[in-house]
Design a protein around this ligand. Structure first.
Ligand code: UD1
Length: 312
């Protein structure tokens, strides 16, 4: 029997490590490439199916040797510098990781005729920018406003184009506000729910930028994994881009209220002015992914509940 192999770049990160918990149920080998700049080795489940490499995807010699020798069937391109602020501070460096390294992977697959079954690239709702028309459809206006968003959008186009021009099987996702276990609260630009979780469990003060009326489509990581697996196995999901969210929005104020109820304690909040460049509201139209059978299993209440339990 042929071994089925998946490669997950950024596999020790928040979304990658949650994905791998599912992949070990069906794959024979999961190859993880992660430089541990944000991810943690301890995020990975303990399984002899996992082959871990602490490497950057910008190590081209390494990546080429890995791809050619391992010949993965499925590739999840999740490695990135996820911080928009970092991309603004050092655009050339983040461009190398967020775009060029992914292009190198595509090019290596093409020029070596590697038998990859499907490649999935993780993009971001950041590509929509601050255009106020909501909810965002995949066909809505694209207005990337930061090096991060520009790299995500350009890489989406490369990933789709490598499908159309060279026949690679590819698909892209645009993540909205993903939250859940293993999200790293390290940076002030980490996902707000990881920062709130950290604050409430450690009894720290949470700084709220704005008045709390800003809204987001918060999607629990379990639903994100459902979406990724669905897109990988669905042949019609091809050379295309899909929003990944829930289709429902919640204000930051209401999220905090819900979290306080679950945790059974008050979050200590200090208010500051809205952050430069932050958008007021974000919302996803989920028609496209829903048409493939996607149905989120977690509302904000149940998602936060699982998240809170995981911190115990
Ligand atoms: C998210 C992405 C960002 C992307 C944008 C595009 C993350 C972490 N950020 O930003 O890269 O450009 O989508 O749609 O995935 N907040 C606080 N206090 C904090 C942290 C955040 O009040 O300590 C507020 C923010 O000001 C914002 C809201 O919480 O109003 C959500 O922040 P965040 O989790 O960073 O998500 P986005 O702003 O949607």
């Amino acid at each position: 029997k042929n071994m089925t192999k998946a490669l997950v770049t950024g596999g020790a990160g928040f979304i990658g490590s949650n994905l791998i918990e599912e992949l070990i149920k069906t794959m024979d080998e999961i190859i993880v490439v992660d430089d541990l700049s944000m991810g943690l080795k301890s995020n990975l489940p303990d399984s002899d199916k996992i082959t871990f490499y602490q490497e950057s995807i910008t190590n081209y010699d390494f990546m080429k040797e890995l791809l050619v020798s391992k010949k993965p069937d499925y590739i999840y391109l999740l490695a990135a510098v996820a911080s928009v602020a970092d991309s603004v501070a050092r655009p050339l460096e983040t461009h190398e990781i967020n775009q060029n390294a992914n292009l190198f992977i595509l090019e290596t697959i093409r020029t070596n005729n590697l038998p990859v079954k499907k490649i999935l690239f993780a993009s971001s709702a950041a590509v929509y920018g601050d255009d106020p028309e909501l909810p965002k459809q995949e066909s809505s206006q694209i207005k990337p406003l930061t090096p991060y968003a520009i790299d995500k959008f350009a890489t989406e186009r490369f990933v789709v184009d490598y499908g159309q021009l060279y026949g690679l099987n590819t698909v892209c996702v645009r993540f909205f506000n993903v939250y859940g276990p293993k999200q790293n609260p390290k940076s002030p630009y980490s996902g707000v729910l990881s920062i709130i979780s950290d604050a409430i469990s450690q009894n720290k003060t949470f700084t709220l930028f704005g008045d709390g009326s800003q809204t987001r489509d918060f999607v629990f990581v379990g639903d994100v994994i459902q979406a990724l697996l669905l897109l990988m196995r669905t042949p019609e999901a091809m050379h295309d881009v899909y929003n990944v969210a829930t289709g429902k929005t919640t204000s930051l104020k209401d999220v905090i209220k819900a979290y306080e109820n679950i945790a059974g304690k008050k979050l200590n909040v200090e208010y500051k002015d809205a952050r430069d460049g932050d958008i007021k509201d974000s919302a996803a139209d989920m028609t496209k992914l829903s048409n493939l059978g996607y149905k989120p299993q977690y509302d904000i209440q149940s998602g936060l509940n699982v998240y809170w339990q995981s911190l115990a």
